[in-house]
Design a protein around this ligand. Structure first.
Ligand code: HEM
Ligand SMILES: *[C@@H]1O[C@H](CO)[C@@H](O)[C@H](O)[C@H]1NC(C)=O
Ligand SMILES: *[C@@H]1O[C@H](CO)[C@@H](O)[C@H](O)[C@H]1NC(C)=O
Ligand SMILES: *[C@@H]1O[C@H](CO)[C@@H](O)[C@H](O)[C@H]1NC(C)=O
Ligand SMILES: *[C@@H]1O[C@H](CO)[C@@H](O)[C@H](O)[C@H]1NC(C)=O
Ligand SMILES: *[C@@H]1O[C@H](CO)[C@@H](O)[C@H](O)[C@H]1NC(C)=O
Ligand SMILES: *[C@@H]1O[C@H](CO)[C@@H](O)[C@H](O)[C@H]1NC(C)=O
Ligand SMILES: CC(=O)N[C@H]1CO[C@H](CO)[C@@H](O)[C@@H]1O
Length: 361
């Protein structure tokens, strides 16, 4: 399986944007960014200060070790948080195991490409955290902290998190899962409309899509741009590369989401878009659509602006339909509801705090 593409020097159009490579951020910025976003009732910036002050250092230390071996896991953990939040809210329901007769969010098709290792890393973190603090930190919060550290350890901004999420007792049906998640074949106008159902605006959409600065995708997520007709928005050289990696519509291979710096969390994703080297329709169309194109350009020109807007959007996304206070529970095992749960574990249709089905057809 081929997982990387030819170096970006093979793309002549890079020369056109060399003047865009201005902003630098990382090294100069030592302190955490605090998002300028309203925090929902029940979450707090200091939630575990007395009950588990070690939480963030435990997660950071463990993930550093994990990423030293395989930085790809950062992408898997970041995507896991997105899928958790968009389906029934950030309640850890994505982690729950289903059964043959009652398949869970994990088993739904857009989720098949979530990395199995990401689920294992979350459970390892839970065990480390609970061993130190007891069963006081939710799996939903661990997913949130792991996503933040994935961004930071891959080179992105470091930001403070409001915490205090509780774990859901139920998972969404496969149908709800599929309908809640945006598709790689969506155009930007559909995405703007879809994310509006989650109170995320066009700036949030463009910023969150910048998560595709790390990680990989399967050919099947992009071959509709190649077959039967080549998508005319694709850069020629980039299209040739993709045709080679994905020689037919059901090719099994994977390729990187960001051809310039595939493992670094930076603003190169937007420079790719400006050069028509976005991987999915849902990526490239952000630059082709007049409502979002200027936002793409602004992030390509200014990495710090991207980081600031990304942090705001992540904090917003991370608060979607959260359970707090006495709601839900703190799971003792992230993949199963506690046996003393009063509510039977079954797929919930129209459950309390259900997130809107943004992409229902
Ligand atoms: C806006 C609509 C979005 C669409 C249509 C979309 C779609 C996709 C698709 C199709 C893949 C590749 C799956 C595969 O073929 O293996 C992917 C990967 C990924 N997505 Fe998104 N995504 C979106 C938003 C987001 C958001 C909001 C985040 C996180 C904040 C995110 C983070 C990631 C990451 C990190 C990967 C790489 C995963 C890995 O390497 O394991 N995506 N996305
Ligand atoms: C909570 O803990 C964080 C991290 O240890 C610390 O920076 C912050 O000052 C603490 N806040 C309060 C109110 O105790
Ligand atoms: C976006 O996709 C929808 C659904 O396929 C279509 O109706 C709409 O015309 C498209 N919008 C643009 C601007 O291409
Ligand atoms: C969108 O939301 C962000 C915060 O995430 C805010 O800064 C911005 O002003 C909002 N409006 C538009 C039109 O992007
Ligand atoms: C897809 O890849 C798997 C292993 O990654 C392999 O076992 C399988 O045969 C491949 N299928 C096709 C159609 O190439
Ligand atoms: C985008 O283009 C449409 C028509 O093509 C126009 O009606 C609309 O005002 C434009 N929007 C922006 C933000 O430029
Ligand atoms: C968590 O639950 C799963 C599913 O029942 C089980 O396979 C796993 O061993 C459990 N993990 C721990 C640490 O108990
Ligand atoms: C992108 C991808 O691999 N999608 C697959 C999801 O799972 C279904 C079957 O459940 C496949 O048909 C898709 O190809």
């Amino acid at each position: 399986m081929r997982t990387t593409m030819a170096g970006f020097t093979s793309f002549p159009s890079l020369l056109l944007i060399s003047s865009l490579l201005l902003a630098s951020y990382g090294a100069a910025c030592a302190s955490k960014v605090q998002a300028s976003v309203t925090i929902v009732d029940g979450l707090s910036w200091t939630f575990y200060n007395s009950s588990c002050p070690e939480l963030e250092s435990i997660v950071r230390t463990h993930l550093k070790t994990v990423f030293e071996k395989d930085i790809g896991q950062a992408a898997g953990l970041l995507r896991l948080h997105f899928h958790d939040c968009f389906v029934q809210g950030c309640d850890g329901s994505i982690l729950l195991d289903g059964t043959d007769s009652d398949p869970s969010e994990k088993d739904a098709s857009p989720n098949l490409t979530l990395r199995a290792k990401a689920f294992q890393i979350i459970e390892d973190l839970r065990e480390l955290v609970h061993n130190t603090c007891g069963r006081v930190v939710s799996c939903a919060d661990i997913v949130t902290v792991a996503a933040r550290d994935s961004v930071y350890l891959a080179g992105g901004p470091e930001y403070s998190l409001p915490l205090g999420r509780r774990d859901g007792l139920t998972f969404a049906s496969q149908e709800t899962t599929v309908n809640s998640l945006p598709s790689s074949t969506s155009n930007a106008s559909e995405l703007v409309a879809g994310l509006a159902n989650f109170n995320l605006n066009a700036t949030d959409l463009v910023a969150l899509s910048g998560a595709h600065t790390i990680g990989i995708g399967h050919c099947t997520s992009l071959t509709s741009r190649l077959y039967p007709t080549l998508d005319s928005t694709l850069d020629d050289t980039f299209a040739d590369e993709l045709l080679e990696i994905c020689p037919d519509a059901d090719s099994n291979s994977t390729t990187v989401l960001d051809i310039r710096t595939p493992n670094k969390f930076d603003n190169k994703y937007y420079i790719n878009l400006v050069n028509r080297q976005g991987l999915f329709t849902s990526d490239q169309d952000l630059y082709m659509y007049n409502v979002t194109s200027d936002i793409v350009t602004s992030f390509a020109l200014d990495e710090e602006l991207f980081f600031d807007k990304f942090v705001d959007a992540m904090i917003k996304m991370g608060q979607l339909s959260v359970l707090t206070g006495e709601e839900g529970e703190i799971r003792a095992n992230c993949s199963v509801a506690n046996s003393d749960s009063t509510v039977k574990l079954t797929s919930a249709e129209g459950d309390q705090k259900e997130t809107g089905s943004a992409y229902a057809v």
